[in-house]
Design a protein around this ligand. Structure first.
Ligand SMILES: Nc1ncnc2c1ncn2[C@@H]1O[C@H](COP(=O)(O)OP(=O)(O)OP(=O)(O)O)[C@@H](O)[C@H]1O
Ligand SMILES: [Mg+2]
Length: 301
């Protein structure tokens, strides 16, 4: 798939403060990339440069092959944006706002369809100022969808949404990916990124500290999967692709880099012997475990 978002050695300084410090990554058509990082890591700044709102101090960025600062109308009509804090006019109704916004685009989505995508049909005639925080966030998403974008920047799109609305948004984003839209998403909800992202990039203090698929981010042996069970039998364990860790009482803990092989070796051995592995559990380190390790010592700057 073709890369449609390209970031090469991006640097952005605000005076003496370096918000983004040499970041490189790309996003392909039909790919969802999740950008994680503590508050102040430089995520919004990176996205704003990609949207053409801010000029970079150094490095290059390309969106659909264009410099977003100069891409003009041609580029803007193919890019959808949900800003971290959007300033939409509260005096218009929801439907008027979407119609106004969609009017800038040639390949627009019908207002009713954009409303349906975010479950806001009932709010169509209400003034935006009278909506709840989560409803407003959904208007933001509907605006980004109105454009039938090829590239979508979503800066914390589900912050403030209730669990049902968040899941609905996930479905919308997954559907867009299926249509070939490239999505760059930031979120502080690791579960959201785990679900949605094909690839994750982690920013910390302006730098990119890790990149990879959400379930294999960062790697490292201390992050190997753990197999646990209680030893209620006397048979010696078979050899297998694991390391036995110290554990209290009858609990056995095995660390393995190859959970599938290890579970197979262990359970087929147990079935052959007629041994019951009581309380058998496999725990994979979560994206959150890895994320917290990668961003240890992370503070607002
Ligand atoms: N307009 C600005 N002028 C000066 N400094 C800024 C400006 N905008 C952002 N910064 C600083 O740049 C750094 C990165 O901010 P940015 O908004 O990109 O972080 P973020 O990763 O999006 O954080 P969050 O998770 O809180 O949204 C922060 O230290 C912030 O204070
Ligand atoms: Mg931000």
């Amino acid at each position: 798939m073709r890369d449609v978002i390209e970031v090469h050695e991006l640097v952005k300084r605000y005076g003496s403060m370096t918000a983004v410090d040499g970041v490189s990554f790309s996003v392909a058509e039909g790919e969802v990339v999740g950008m994680l990082g503590p508050n102040g890591a430089g995520k919004t700044t990176t996205i704003e440069v990609l949207e053409g709102i801010r000029a970079p101090t150094g490095g290059q960025v390309r969106v659909l092959g264009h410099d977003p600062a100069r891409g003009g109308r041609h580029l803007k009509t193919q890019v959808g944006v949900v800003l971290q804090s959007a300033g939409i006019d509260g005096a218009l109704t929801v439907a008027e706002t979407i119609a106004l916004y969609a009017g800038f685009y040639r390949h627009r989505r019908p207002v009713a369809e954009a409303l349906a995508e975010v479950d806001l049909e009932e709010c169509a005639g209400r003034r935006v100022a009278a909506l709840s925080g989560g409803q407003r966030r959904r208007v933001d998403l509907a605006l980004a969808l109105a454009a039938r974008p090829r590239v979508l920047f979503l800066d914390e799109p589900t912050t403030g949404l209730d669990p049902a609305a968040r899941r609905r948004t996930w479905d919308v984003i997954a559907g867009l990916r299926g249509q070939g839209v490239a999505v760059l998403l930031t979120s502080h909800y690791l579960e959201e990124v785990q679900r949605l992202a094909d690839r994750v990039v982690v920013m910390h203090l302006g730098r990119l500290v890790a990149e990879g698929p959400p379930d294999r981010l960062g790697g490292g042996s201390e992050l190997a999967s753990r197999i646990t069970f209680r030893r209620t039998f006397t048979d010696e364990l078979p050899p297998g692709p694991w390391e036995r860790l110290a554990a209290a009482g009858t609990t056995v803990v095995l660390a393995t880099e190859d959970a599938t092989e290890a579970m197979h070796a262990l359970t087929s051995w147990a079935v052959d012997r007629g041994v019951e592995l009581e309380g058998l559990e496999l725990r994979r380190p979560s994206l959150e475990d890895r994320y917290l390790e990668l961003t240890e010592g992370g503070h607002d700057r």
